[in-house]
Design a protein around this ligand. Sequence first.
Ligand code: 6PG
Ligand code: NI
Length: 191
Amino acid sequence: MDSKPYTFDIKLPGGIPDHYDNHIERRLSSMRGQFLDQKAYSERLAREDTLLYEVYEFKRPEIAGELLHGISIVHPGKVGNEYYMTKGHFHTVLETAEVYYCLQGQGYMVMETPEGEWSVEPLRPGSVLYVPPRWAHRSVNTALDGDLVTFFIYPGDAGHDYGTIESQGYRKLVMDTPAGASIVDNPRWKS
Ligand code: 6PG
Ligand code: NI
C-alpha cells in the first residue's frame, strides 16, 4: 500500500469525502434484535430494508502503528420510538481507543464496558469525543431532520467485535419521548 502522506476534504453539509477507498452501507436487516420495538422492526423490514447509516473508509494496513479513519453518516429516522443508530461494537483488541469528531447534526454516543460501566455523551458539531480502551461504542442520531456526521480515527490493529453487542445489546437506549430524546434502561439487555 502507498505510504505517502495524503490529504482529503470533507464537504459540508453532507460529509462525503472527495475521495475514499471503501463505502459501506448498513441497512435495517443487519440490525436484527437491536431495536427495542421488535414489531415495528419486523413491519418496517417487510416493507423496505431501510438504509440506516453509511461509512466512507480510507484503507490502511490493519496493524499496530497505523490509524484507521473515515466518515460515519447516520441518517435521520426512528424504528418505533428509537432513533436510527449504528450496530456498535467493542474493539477485538479491547485495549484500543477511538476518537470521534462531530462535523454535523446532533446525537449521542452510547458506551459501556464489560465491567458494567456506561456513559452516554452528546455529539454536536465541533464536539470531540474520546472513547477510552474497553468501551463499546454506538452512535445515535437524535435529529429527525438531518444526518449525524462524524470523523473517526482508531488504531489499525483494533478489529471489531460485533457479536457481543448482537447477543446482549446495550444497557442503555436513546428513545424519542414526550420529554425529547431520553436515555432509558434497555429492558432486553442480557448479561
Ligand atoms: C470503528 C469505528 C467506526 C464505526 C462506524 C460504524 O471502529 O470502525 O467505531 O468506524 O465502524 O461508526 O459503526 P459500526 O462499525 O458499529 O457499524
Ligand atoms: Ni470502533
